[in-house]
Each structure stands twice: as C-alpha cells, then as structure tokens.
Ligand binder design. Structure first.
Ligand code: KDG
Length: 344
C-alpha cells in the first residue's frame, strides 16, 4: 500500500506552560458547575487560558467548582451570550470589548484605530485604573466583568485581492471589499471610511459567509485567522494592525451572587491569573500564526511605515466623528498611559 503524507503543520507554537497553581484548598462553600461559552476554537489562547482558569478553580476547591467551556460559538455569539449572562441562562462568556460597548460606552475607546501602538502600551492600558473603572461600570447590567485580556492586533484578510493601501480596500476600478466587522459602530465607521462595504455579523457565521462569498473578507488577529481556519477561504492577508481589541472575561451577576465571598475572591483571582497567561500565549501565537498562514498558502502583505501611515491618515475622519462622542479626556488619558508605557 502506498502511504501519502500531507504536509504536516504544527497546531501551535512552542507555548509556555501555565504557571503552577498555588494556594491551599478552600473550605467547602458548596458545589457549582459553571458553563462558559466562547467564540474561538480549542487551539486559541482564549480557550487554553480558560482551561487554566478552570484548573485553578478545580484545584483550589478540590473539584467543587467545575467550569465547562463551550468553544466555537456553540452557545451563541458575543452579543447573544452577553444577553444570556444578563438573564442568567449562561454563567460565563469571554467576548471582545467591541460588542460590549452597548453596556459600557467608554469601552469604545479601544475601537479607535491605531490608538495603541505597541502591545506594552495595550497591556499598560488594560491594567490601568481607567480600565478597571470600565469593568466596574458593568455594575447594574446583570454582568460581572472580571478582567481584560488580549484579543490582539487585528489584520485584514480577504479572498479578492492583495491589499497594501486604502485604495486597494476601496477598489478604485473595481468594487470596494465587503468586510465583516464586529457588531460595533466605530468598526463600521472605519471600514466605511476606507471605502469598503462593511457588514456586522456574528463571529460564528463568518466562516461560511466567507466560504459562500457573502463577504470578501474580515479582520481579526493572526491567531484567530489561523485557529479558525480562515485561510481555507481567504487567499490574502494584510498586516494592517489597525486596532488592538481586548477581550473581557465575564460572569452572570446571578451566578456571581450565588457564590460565597471566598469563592468570589477565588474566581476574581483566577480570572486575573488566566488573563496574564492568555496575554502571554497571545504574544507567542501572533507572529508565529502569520508565518504559519503564509506556509499554508495565504499571500501576506507586510506594510512598511509609510503604508501604515496612509491607512492612519485615511481613517482620520473616524476620530473626527467619534472622539467627541467617546470623550476627548478619556482618549487623552488612555494616550498618556500608552505613551508612558512606550517610554519605559
Ligand atoms: O470569543 C471571542 C469571539 O467570540 C470574538 O470576540 C472574536 O474578535 C472576535 C470577532 O471578530 O468576533
């Protein structure tokens, strides 16, 4: 018999192991089974770090708290799952901050294009008091926001043509690209301003929408493009890094209220630890994913500083429109934190 071997591709980069779980087993405060829905796949940093979150809770409660994670939007998309948290039909979710702006409008600051130039700046902002105030502002929505972590720098992919400039997005002689966006008005504005035809759509519907040609493209971090197999239906990628999106790990307030204070403290602590691990994994995945996508046949356009500057200039109207609504002071304080981190 002949054996035909396909090209074997690694499923993940060399990943750091999760930090050791320390701390004594807590007293018995009852048993809880927590259902957590996420949009991304089992290979994603989001899933892997959520497993670590589950492991911390299991170990520190001697198995009394079990977290069952449902990946791949099985339980719904970000918007639906946040509504399920509000009604208490789901215990936890882990959406992007962008669709959560309907609850806390200040979060839209993260949607402004090219605001956070480096990962260090983004991490400093997510760890800041200003960011903590945004998490606290969920109070009263039915959602307990536990922590920020990294979704990451978003990159454009599409099935129509290589994109190196805003003109390539707008398609001067052809039509503008149809691009799926998250359900967020600033993102819509970015792609409208660039001359694309943006369509907000649930993440779980995206693969088949691209496969069927309902949309030409989408934008997400390289790790998501890879772990969700978008390269199977997208020939071109562009390293635009046009926006840095955080995730927010969330719990239903109803679930939170059922937990003893000792368990609440543990959940909050485990969320922070898993977020730190997630940020580390996301960094390990990022460039590696881009290179993997290239190896798997995606044509990747890397943009030089001038080409990035052309995108930055083209999206200036997004600032003109949104900065007054989001708040000039808030934007200034975020920029200050970002700059300080950049200077360290
Ligand atoms: O679990 C997170 C995903 O559901 C989603 O937030 C991923 O960035 C994302 C997108 O484009 O919807």
């Amino acid at each position: 018999a002949t054996l035909t071997l396909g090209m074997a591709h690694a499923q993940s980069p060399e990943l750091s192991d999760p930090p050791a779980i320390d701390g004594a087993v807590l007293d018995d405060h009852g048993s809880h089974t927590i259902r957590m829905g996420i949009g991304l796949a089992e290979t994603s940093p989001q899933y892997l770090s959520s497993r670590y979150f589950a492991d911390i809770l299991a170990q520190r409660t001697d198995g009394r708290i079990t977290v069952n994670i449902f990946p791949n939007s099985q339980l719904g998309d970000d918007v639906q799952m946040m509504e399920m948290l509000q009604t208490g039909t789901l215990d936890m979710s882990y959406p992007s901050s962008s669709p959560a702006t309907t609850y806390v409008s200040e979060l839209a600051v993260f949607d402004l294009p090219f605001l956070l130039p480096t990962r260090e700046a983004a991490i400093a902002v997510m760890n800041s008091d200003v960011a903590q105030e945004m998490l606290d502002a969920f109070e009263g929505t039915g959602i307990k926001a536990l922590t920020f972590s990294e979704n990451g720098y978003r990159q454009l992919s599409n099935s129509a043509r290589p994109v190196a400039s805003p003109d390539d997005v707008a398609g001067l002689d052809v039509r503008g690209l149809s691009v799926r966006t998250m359900e967020n008005p600033v993102h819509l504005s970015i792609w409208e301003t660039l001359g694309a035809n943006p369509t907000p759509m649930a993440f779980g519907e995206l693969f088949s929408a691209m496969e069927q040609g309902v949309v030409d493209g989408q934008e997400n971090p390289w790790s998501t493009i890879l772990t969700s197999n978008f390269h199977e239906v997208q020939d071109y990628g562009s390293e635009t890094r046009h926006v840095y999106t955080p995730f927010i790990m969330m719990m239903s307030e109803r679930t939170w209220d059922r937990l003893a204070p000792e368990y609440q403290e543990l959940v909050q602590d485990a969320a922070r630890k898993s977020a730190e691990y997630e940020i580390q994994l996301a960094a390990e995945y990022d460039d590696w994913s881009r290179d993997q996508l290239e190896e798997r046949g995606m044509q990747i356009t890397r943009l030089d500083d001038d080409q990035i500057a052309a995108f930055q200039e083209a999206v200036q109207p997004v600032y003109d429109e949104w900065a007054p609504r989001i708040g000039e002071d808030l934007i200034a304080s975020i920029q200050e934190i970002a700059n300080a981190a950049g200077n360290e």
